[in-house]
Design a protein around this ligand. Structure first.
Ligand SMILES: [Zn+2]
Length: 100
C-alpha cells in the first residue's frame, strides 16, 4: 500500500476518516508550532493530555456534521471523531436576536 499523506504523524494510521480542523492556536500547540500535518484524534489527545470537545474545532465546513464528502470522496467519520464533534456547530448563547 502506498503511504498516504493523510497518515497520522505519530502512529501512522490513515486519518482519512478523521479529517477535521482544530482551532488554529490549539493545532499549533499540538503540532509543535507548525501548520501542515495530520494527526489522528487519539494522538492529538495524547499530545494535548485531554479529550477534544466541540469547542476545539474550527467553525468550517469540514467540521459540519452534514458534510460526508471531502474531495468528492465519501468520508465515513470514525466514531470517536463524531463523539468529539458532538453537537457541532456550537450554539451561540450570546445571540439573542430572535424574539418570536
Ligand atoms: Zn495517530
Amino acid at each position: 500500500m502506498d503511504k498516504s499523506y493523510l497518515d497520522c504523524t505519530d502512529c501512522g494510521n490513515d486519518t482519512k476518516n478523521e479529517y477535521y480542523m482544530l482551532e488554529h492556536d490549539l493545532w499549533l500547540k499540538v503540532n509543535n508550532g507548525r501548520r501542515p500535518g495530520f494527526l489522528c484524534i487519539g494522538c492529538v489527545e495524547v499530545r494535548l493530555g485531554r479529550e477534544l470537545n466541540a469547542f476545539d474545532f474550527l467553525d468550517v465546513p469540514v467540521n459540519q456534521p452534514e458534510v460526508d464528502h471531502i474531495w468528492k470522496r465519501v468520508v465515513l467519520r470514525s466514531e470517536r471523531l463524531k463523539d468529539r464533534l458532538g453537537n457541532f456547530p456550537k450554539s451561540n448563547d450570546d445571540s439573542d436576536k430572535s424574539t418570536a
